[in-house]
Design a protein around this ligand. Structure first.
Ligand code: 13P
Length: 249
């Protein structure tokens, strides 16, 4: 099965109007093939500016988080309904920073993914183990526990619309990338775990790798059979470097 290559930028709490303009200027001029999808996820205040400035049909806009509710007295929160209204197409849910710094549980992540899909958005569901968990041989157990609530919350036809991102916590922002072989093994495990719920969906869903992906290592990672692209933090803030990665086949 030939899946699309997805290159997604997670700017986290970085970037400004200048970066929106520089990045869209750079990406509006490149030709991205139909087998590729580029997604930029800026901080929420910049989503509107990005949807206006982005004219490259192969570049989509994504948010970094949503509330699981659609509206109400929830000061500071953003809903899937609002993202839809802004023509945002993707939303990251369950990033490890949200899990560890904002106490998001896998159950909550599943509710957010479900709500995103209900509003026609594609959730990018992040999972990943800590360094301790890997050292103690718990990687597969941790990933299973993170995946299970999402798989049970979604119907099979919804599952095919999800993008998963495997981001080992120890590789995020550290410069320590998982080796291509280690990442492939883990992606294979994730795909097999999804296949136990729905083998057809498992074949179709994109599983991105994230954690210190850069212009020097993306090719080897993306060449692995179960790695369908990357979720990129630091390197996605550098216009030329990100542009290079966007041209990955
Ligand atoms: P870095 O690419 O900076 O390691 O960040 C990865 C990440 O967390 C993307 O969501």
């Amino acid at each position: 099965m030939h899946r699309k290559t997805i290159v997604a930028a997670n700017w986290k709490m970085n970037g400004d109007v200048s970066l929106i303009n520089e990045m869209t200027d750079a990406l509006n001029t490149i030709s991205i093939s139909e087998n590729q999808q580029v997604i930029i996820c800026p901080p929420a205040p910049y989503l509107g500016a990005l949807t206006q400035a982005n004219t490259n049909a192969r570049v989509a806009v994504g948010a970094q988080n949503i509330n699981e509710q659609l509206k109400g007295a929830l000061t500071g929160e953003v809903s899937a309904l609002m993202l839809k209204d802004l023509s945002v197409q993707y939303v990251i849910v369950g990033h490890s920073e949200r899990r560890s710094l904002f106490a998001e549980t896998s159950g909550l992540v599943a509710d957010k993914a479900k709500q995103a899909l209900a509003q026609g958005l594609t959730p990018i569901v992040c999972i990943g183990e800590s360094e301790d968990e890997r050292e103690q041989g718990q990687t597969e157990q941790v990933l299973s526990e993170q995946l299970a609530p999402v798989l049970s919350a979604l119907d099979n036809d919804e599952l095919t619309d999800v993008v998963f991102a495997y981001e080992p916590v120890w590789a995020i922002g550290t410069g320590k990338t998982a080796s291509a072989e280690m990442a492939q093994q883990t992606h294979r495990f994730i795909r097999e775990f999804i296949a136990a719920t729905d083998s057809d969906a498992a074949d179709k869903v994109a599983i991105l790798y994230g954690g210190s992906v850069n212009a020097g290592n993306y090719q080897e990672l993306f060449a692995q059979p179960d790695i369908d692209g990357g979720l990129i933090g630091g390197a996605s803030l550098k216009v030329e470097e990100f542009k290079t990665i966007c041209l990955a086949e």
